[in-house]
Each structure stands twice: as structure tokens, then as C-alpha cells.
Design a protein around this ligand. Structure first.
Ligand code: G16
Length: 565
């Protein structure tokens, strides 16, 4: 049957504006008639302008498409193929087998196969299923998330769209690896199905010393991972079990499921509770959990010793020279998002390296990596990664940690204690108040902005018990990209006290309904007798002062956060 293009009339949706990382809404919202088609066509319209600019009039490009296996993903791949086949600027779409590809693997494959862009079907750490969340995110040819100016362009086009183009009878079996060739109105179009697990494995083999890691697994150390039924499962099984020798039974929840088997696939102390409970038994030396799309990680030591993501990136920074990739490539610099604690800065200072402070969002690291100024970066939101790709990478972080452990032959706890003894400890915690009423959340932010505007707020003293804090700086974080000089404003309200402690308030940009207020608390301590204290105890005065200043409980009616990390 000949494949022909149909032009279909449509009306715009007004809400297709990307958040911190792509467009995330309820699955049912995405399932509305024409919702996906409008958004993807708007992306193609934006992309076509770039193709015209970069490749010229008859330029054609290829696209990478993958997703975290959540409900509606396969159907969405089908829609994307029908739309891509109708777009004369796209001559090839590369899809992962069964549409399953972790976010880091998409980044790896965009770079390896040199596609012009990528589409990732994921709502990341948000739950999946018919009654949960779905998401679509666009990546660029460097493998990283699209920058704001591009997602803004898509949004603007989506508010004006009145037609999309589709090949209605286009279909392709995405379960078979290989190339499928088609002709659409005399134009060649192909779909290549790839084994992204193999591509990702090859990248990891090029970064880490697999022989060292194999020996480490053989040494009797007990390692376990929990993929929370997200997409990283097949990658973890292939690399950790088949290649490195971890018993299959230690690859927990490693079958990607459309609803993640009911898990909230967010690797933190609250949602990865089964792993935390298992580690508390003291039978394992190392445990790790991943999120739905495999870019986040949480690392635990024996007895569920928790490494904050802020400390994780700092310890890796101090030990990067143990990893072959960095021995070869050198270490160019470090970066962290603004709310992430200053632990990484201390290592950077010690090594005489620069440490950039960016807004929340992995996309802000891309320019620094592309301009050779950044090797390793991390975010408090359980993201760690390097310039091997342009996304954070959960499994990479696990292999990096295992490389450190294999070299140092110390326990995780002892590595952390030695690190704090050298650099001091940044106590860090984040309180999340999820699904608050948007108006109340906005009132909290407005109240803080009004306070910051008062001439005498800087210098004001706050006390809790015998602790006194004096405000040194209060602002709304803004960032000027050192490479393209773009300015990003309103990235979090921060109060810095004279002793260097910080409290930061931000509205999350990854939720699908209501508003999530994040309160970040960071305080430095260099009294070694305190290094092993519980962060919640140490930070209590600051937390209470943050709540007092913001009146968060009064405005939202929330007495407790939903998640504490
Ligand atoms: C995304 C971004 C991260 C960001 C995180 C939290 O992660 O890629 O860079 O730190 O959201 O954002 P927010 O605080 O706005 O919710 P992911 O894993 O969801 O893609």
C-alpha cells in the first residue's frame, strides 16, 4: 500500500511549555486527541528552521527516539514515526528495540550515530501508568537536553499551530533489530532499530577498567542494585551481571514495567525504601537505586549509610584520577547546580580547578562540556555525570563509585570519613512539599521576595536555641552562561548567612500537577567531632529558621514535608 502524507487541521493547546526537563503531564492529558501530534509537529517546525540554517535547502537529518518504557510510550513512538515519515526533512529515525532506551543511552546514541536531535519519552522519576505521568523531552545533536531558547520556540509554535502532517498507514515493527526501508510519496525514509544496551556497554568499557571491576566483584564484596522497574534494568543486568559477574539475584526490579510495578521510581530514601530496608540488614557493602529513565542514582553503603548526592560528586571529583577515561582525557573543571552543597567547590579549590555554579537543570552543563571546561558535575537531585555524554548517568555513577572502592579498598563509610576529615563536611538536606496548592506556593515565594526587597533584611539576625544566624545575602539566583552569554533569571530564592550556611527556596519544574516547594539547607562544619552526627539534628536550627522566615507552614497548611532527603 503506498504511503501518503495527510495534512490534518488542529487547534493549539496552551500548555505545551517545557519545565526543568521537558514537558511532563498526566498520561491522560497526553492521550487527548492531537496533543502529542501538535507537540511533535511544533518540534519538527522548530527543528526544520535549524536544519535549513545548518544544512541548507535540501538538508535532511536523522532522529533518535527512545523512552523509559512507561505506559503510552510504545503508542507514542508509533505516532512519532507517523509524523516523522511525513516530514521531508527527516530521512531516518533510529529507535531503540521496543522503544526502550535510558536517558543516558539516548545521549550516548545521539552522539555515536550523529543524529541531529533526539526525542525521549519519559517523565523521569515521576510515577508511570494510565493514572500517573508521561513526558516528552527533546535533545540536541550534542546529546544534551534542548536549551531554553529552543524549547521556548517550540512552545511559541505550539500556541499557533493549525495543522500537522502524518502518514496514517505507517507502521514499523520496533521489536526487531535492523533497518527497515520505506518510500513516502517517492521519498526514501528508513527506521533503524538498535540495541542501545550494546552501544552503552561499549561506551562504559571505554571509560572504566572492566578487569579491575571484575576482580572487585570476585573479591567477595556484596553489591546490589534496584532499578525500581525502570528502564535501566536491562543495562544493569548486562553490565553488572553478564560482564562484571554480579549474581542475577542482586539485580532487583530490573524488568522495565509500564507502571514501574507500582514504584515511584525516584531513587531517594523515601521512594527506594525497599533498598534502604535491605541495606539496613547489613548484608551488603554497596547498594544503588535508579530512577525510571536511568539518569538518577542513589548510593548506599553497608547498614544503609547514605551518601548525599552532593557528597557523592565531591568524593568522585577527589578520585577521578582513578578512572581510565579521566587519566586519558584530563580533568577540565567541575560544576554543580546552585542548590547543591558546596562540597564540590572545596575539592575543586584543593585541585586548583574551576567549579561553576549553574541553575537547576542538566541542560546548563552542556555548553561548559562542549567548550572543554567541564569534566564532572552533579546535582543534589540525585544526578551525577561527566562529559562522556550530555545527560546525568545513574549506571555510570555506580561504575565510578565501584572503581573508587576497588582502587581504595576501603568501605564507603571510611571513604566518606576520610573525605570529611580532609575537607570538612557540608551537611545538606532537602525538604519537598509536594502537590501544594499553586496559589499558596506562590504566596510563599512572593512573601520571600517582599522580605528580600526590605532594605534591612540583609544584616537581620535569626535565632533558634543557642544558634544565631545573620543574613549576608538574599537574592533570586540568576545565571549568565559563560559560553553563549544567555541570562537565566528567577532560579531560586536564596538566603546566605554570614557563616556560609544557606537556605534556598525553589518551585520544582518537573511536577505534573499543583506545585512542589523545595527547601534546600546547606551548612558547613569543620569540627571533626561532629562529622558523624545526623544531618537532621545538625540542620534543625537552620530548618526552623527557614520555616519561620518563609512562613511556609502558615501559607500552605503543611506541617511536614512529603519527602526529606
Ligand atoms: C530533572 C533535571 C535535573 C533537575 C531535576 C529537578 O531531573 O534533569 O537537572 O535537577 O529535574 O528539577 P526540579 O527541582 O525542577 O523538580 P530528571 O531526573 O527529572 O530529568
Amino acid at each position: 500500500m503506498p504511503l501518503t502524507v495527510t495534512k490534518r487541521q488542529t487547534t493549539p493547546f496552551k500548555d505545551q511549555k517545557a519545565g526543568t526537563s521537558g514537558l511532563r503531564k498526566s498520561t491522560r492529558h497526553f492521550q487527548q486527541e492531537s496533543y502529542v501530534e501538535n507537540f511533535i509537529q511544533s518540534f519538527f517546525n522548530a527543528l526544520n528552521e535549524d536544519i535549513q540554517k545548518e544544512i541548507g535547502d535540501n538538508g535532511q537529518v536523522s532522529l533518535m527516539v527512545g523512552g523509559d518504557g512507561r505506559y503510552f510510550g510504545v503508542e507514542c513512538v508509533g505516532k512519532i514515526l507517523q509524523l516523522a515519515a511525513a516530514n521531508p526533512r527527516i530521512n531516518k529515525v533510529i529507535v531503540a528495540q521496543n522503544g526502550l532506551m535510558s536517558t543516558p543511552a539516548v545521549s550516548c546514541c545521539i552522539r555515536k550515530y550523529k543524529t541531529f536531535a533526539g526525542i525521549i519519552l519519559t517523565a523521569s522519576h515521576n510515577p508511570g501508568g494510565e493514572n500517573a505521568d508521561f513526558g516528552i523531552k527533546f535533545n540536541c545533536s550534542n546529546g544534551g537536553p534542548a536549551l531554553q531558547h529552543f524549547t521556548d520556540k517550540i512552545y511559541n509554535l505550539s500556541t499557533q499551530i493549525n495543522e500537522y502532517f502524518v502518514v496514517d498507514n505507517f507502521s514499523c515493527d520496533i521489536s526487531q533489530i535492523g533497518e527497515h526501508n520505506f518510500e513516502v510519496e517517492g521519498r526514501k525514509f528508513s527506521v533503524q532499530i538498535i540495541d542501545s544496551v550494546q552501544d552503552y556497554l561499549e561506551l562504559m568499557q571505554n571509560i572504566f577498567d572492566f578487569n579491575l571491576l571484575k576482580d572487585f566483584f570476585k573479591s567477595g564484596v556484596k553489591i546490589t542494585v534496584d532499578a525500581l522497574n525502570g528502564v535501566v534494568g536491562p543495562y544493569a543486568k548486562r553490565i553488572l551481571c553478564d560482564e562484571l559477574g554480579m549474581p542475577e539475584s542482586e539485580a532487583r526490579n530490573c524488568t522495565p514495567l509500564p507502571d514501574f510495578g507500582g514504584f515511584h521510581p525516584d531513587p531517594n530514601l523515601t521512594y527506594a525504601k525497599t533498598l534502604v530496608d535491605l541495606m539496613k540488614k547489613g548484608e551488603h557493602d554497596f547498594g544503588a537505586a535508579f530512577d525510571g529513565d536511568g539518569d538518577r542514582n542513589m548510593i548506599l553503603g553497608k547498614d544503609a549509610f547514605f551518601i548525599t548526592p552532593c557528597d557523592s560528586v565531591a568524593v568522585l571529583a577527589a578520585n577521578l584520577n582513578l578512572i581510565p577515561y579521566f587519566q586519558r582525557e584530563g580533568i577540565k573543571g567541575f560544576a554543580r547546580s546552585m542548590p547543591t552543597s558546596g562540597a564540590l567547590d572545596l575539592v575543586a579549590k584543593d585541585l586548583g580547578m574551576k567549579c561553576f555554579e549553574t541553575p537547576t537543570g542538566w541542560k546548563f552543563f552542556g555548553n561548559l562540556m562542549d567548550s572543554n571546561q567541564l569534566s564532572l558535575c552533579g546535582e543534589e537531585s540525585f544526578g551525577t555525570g561527566s562529559d562522556h555524554i550530555r545527560e546525568k548517568d545513574g549506571l555510570w555513577a555506580v561504575l565510578a563509585w565501584l572503581s573508587v572502592l576497588a582502587n581504595k579498598k576501603m568501605t564507603i563509610r571510611d571513604i566518606l570519613l576520610a573525605h570529611w576529615n580532609k575537607y570538612g563536611r557540608n551537611f545538606f538536606s532537602r525538604y519537598d512539599y509536594e502537590e501544594c496548592d499553586s496559589d499558596s506556593a506562590n504566596k510563599v515565594m512572593k512573601h520571600l521576595q517582599d522580605l528580600f526587597a526590605q532594605a534591612d533584611f540583609v544584616g537581620r539576625e535569626f535565632t533558634f536555641g543557642d544558634k544565631k544566624f545573620t543574613v549576608k545575602l538574599a537574592d533570586d539566583f540568576q545565571y549568565t552562561d559563560p559560553v553563549d552569554h544567555s541570562v537565566t533569571t528567577k532560579q531560586g530564592l536564596r538566603i546566605v548567612f554570614t557563616d556560609g550556611s544557606r537556605v534556598i527556596f525553589r518551585l520544582s519544574g518537573t511536577g505534573s500537577s499543583g506545585a512542589t516547594i523545595r527547601l534546600y539547607i546547606d551548612s558547613y562544619e569543620n569540627d571533626s567531632s561532629k562529622y558523624e552526627l545526623d544531618a537532621q539534628v545538625v540542620l534543625k536550627p537552620l530548618i526552623q529558621i527557614a520555616l519561620q522566615i518563609s512562613q511556609l507552614q502558615e501559607f500552605t497548611g503543611r506541617n511536614e514535608p512529603t519527602v526529606i532527603t
